[in-house]
Design a protein around this ligand. Structure first.
Ligand SMILES: C[S@@+](CC[C@H](N)C(=O)[O-])C[C@H]1O[C@@H](n2cnc3c(N)ncnc32)[C@H](O)[C@@H]1O
Length: 275
């Protein structure tokens, strides 16, 4: 079988299994199996695959056909300027969370050595991106999941960046600051909506990364107690949740409450400043 034929057949197979991005999946998985970039695949469409290459590709495609997320099958994914290890121990970093990082960086842009706390760090994506893009920042991260923290530690090692990782339950209050910025992408999925999620999310990503009732409010309340005066909170929330979360921040006494849309135009980030 040629590479072109394998690409076509794999795309059809993944589409039939329900992938929303079958062509992209097939390209990236075949590329991984063959050790080729996507562009290189297209320069070698007539090349026959060896038995070993076919076997390697089939193993990856079978995982994706079972609706394992593409990112977990690949084992790494890009976030901002970084390539991070990703697997079932933590949530896959999302494009909208890159906008959270954008806002976080802008909130501490004027500080030479801001103290930053990332609440619910998962793979470490937010904390590492801030450490990468604001080299003066002192970044600490908490998560209640030991598995997520183990993955985050691997990503700290992989990137060579400095982020302190601490196992801590956000419902016990946040670690004492003072912090110039508390940033968080907390679990915000309504438990009633879990069954309606795509299998990739529902069946593969850690449930504790998706659902933790009251987490958004707990972070907002907790941050108020540990932020330095003038320090900022930046939160990612679910589609449709920004009006309620903005009202919560105002009611708690935050000033300069503002909402930012992600790159697809949906309001997803809420921020406020401790007076
Ligand atoms: C939506 S994920 C965000 C992961 C990562 N920050 C990102 O944006 O890709 C939420 C994270 O919060 C963590 N978490 C859930 N409940 C928690 C709690 N009670 N205390 C601390 N972290 C918690 C989960 O383990 C998970 O890693």
């Amino acid at each position: 079988m040629t590479l072109g034929e394998a690409l076509r057949r794999s795309t059809e197979h993944l589409a039939a299994k329900g992938s929303g991005t079958p062509r992209l999946d097939a390209e990236l998985l075949l590329g991984r199996a063959l050790g080729l970039q996507r562009i290189e695949l297209y320069m070698a469409l007539e090349r026959p695959l060896t038995a070993a290459e076919l076997a390697a590709a089939r193993a990856l495609l079978a995982r994706r056909a079972a609706r394992e997320p593409l990112q977990y099958v690949l084992g790494e994914w890009g976030f901002r300027r970084l390539t991070l290890g990703v697997d079932r121990r933590a949530l896959i970093p999302r494009p909208e969370t890159e906008t959270l990082v954008e806002r976080a960086l802008s909130l501490v842009a004027g500080l030479r050595a801001p103290r930053v706390l990332d609440v619910g760090t998962g793979s470490g994506a937010v904390a590492l991106a801030i450490a990468d893009e604001h080299p003066g920042a002192h970044v600490a991260s908490i998560d209640v999941s030991a598995e997520a923290l183990a993955l985050a530690a691997e990503n700290v090692h992989r990137t060579g960046l400095r982020v302190e990782l601490v196992r801590h339950d956000l419902f016990d209050g946040l670690p004492a600051g003072p912090w110039d910025l508390v940033v968080s992408n907390p679990p915000y999925v309504d438990p009633a909506e879990i069954d309606g999620l795509a299998p990739e999310v529902r069946d593969w990503e850690p449930r504790g990364a998706l659902v933790a009732e009251g987490a958004v409010e707990a972070v907002a309340r907790g941050a108020l107690a540990v932020l330095a005066p003038g320090g900022a909170l930046a939160l990612e929330v679910g589609d449709g949740q920004t009006p309620a979360v903005s009202a919560l921040l105002c009611a708690l006494g935050y000033g300069s409450v503002a909402v930012t849309a992600d790159l697809s135009g949906r309001d997803r980030i809420v921020e406020g400043v401790r007076p």
